[in-house]
Design a protein around this ligand. Sequence first.
Ligand code: LLP
Length: 425
Amino acid sequence: PASTTRLPHGDLAVGGVCLTEVAERYDTPAYVLDEGEVRTRCRTYRDAFAEAEVYYAAKAFLSRAMARWIDEEGLGLDVCSAGELELAVTAGFPPERILLHGNAKSPRDIAGALRLGVGRIVIDSSSEIARLAAAVGPRGRQDVLVRVVPGVRAGGHEKIRTGTDEQKFGLSLTDGYAQHAIARVLGQPQLRLTGLHCHIGSQITEVKPYVAALRRMVGLMARIRDSHGVVLTELDMGGGHGVAYRPGEPALDPTALARALRAELRAGCAAAGLPVPRLLIEPGRAIAGPAGVALYRVLAVKRTGSTTFVAVDGGMSDNPRPALYGVRYAPRLIGRASTADPCRATVVGRHCEAGDVLAADAHLPGDVRPGDLLAVPVAGAYQLSMASGYNMVGRPPVVAVDGGRARLLVRRETLEDFRSRDIGG
Ligand code: LLP
């Protein structure tokens, strides 16, 4: 996780910056992103997957600075809307290293991708093929991948499992839809099929399902060669690499994954008489998640029969993950040392719902009180990117820390932001 250092008086430093100082300077709630940790994670992936192309999945977290870091570290970018695409390109990200996803790409997404010249577009449904070809126009040619559902079950929660047919993404391998779509793509002169894609789910902590999916994908590549005489040169295995949100939880090791995929790819291709395609991967959470820390201030403490409710100044509007997936975080008290016995606290947000719970069974000192600061580790992915305007609380700022210095990347959403969008009609 973010390169934390324990300081005296129970304080914590990230990227060489004391979190209490960040809270004082930028107010709470606030999200702190450790630039060095993001870069280190990019390098870990680059090293582990040296012969592959690593695309950071922007949906986990994107800002202009983040796009620049990803670019400087030599990764590509996976986007799934014109919004993510435009923001990245505005930051100077080279469009040819961008890949566009989406199960329902809007005309604006497609027009933006073609105008800016993204490297690849991933086809997710049959209905998209003719529409994309028409948008490319008679003289153009767009590199595409086809997203295949390999029929492998994996992933940390029902809502983020995408490897089998009972969900909306991709084209089924088992039912033959993928094969049909591939034949149609090959018949479109405006589209150049460079390879296949699959993404079996998210928050996966084991290597095995990836290997199983890869085996099926190589099998399909061999069948495409046999029936169409086409040898595909790319295989994108998506993202989904799990991280530990609390101490002791498992995480996926990118080096172990790279080793297993490489071995299976070589063996599978050799057996099928195929040249080894270029491997692509799309980690999002594993790059951004552990590099982030959320900071909250305690506003109220309520002791009921069995539970101590510790209410903070943020909650489900800046982090909907607990409400959506039932995940729990491990907040800790910072900014003062306490010798009080620990209590089992339920850390809740400030929103008007009983389900607005950030952590159950959090280990906090028994004297936790209003005004205290809490730090929530592993907050860099799918929190701010999924934040909402619920209760008009406003989304927190993002502060980058690096080498002992803090700087604002994204400012806090203010009441004025809400008011200015409401044109009063
Ligand atoms: N590639 C594709 C096609 C994806 O759909 C995703 C994530 C990724 C890559 C990156 O997956 P990652 O490495 O970050 O797991 N909001 C959920 C996660 C949704 C993931 C959606 N797709 C959460 O907070 O757990």
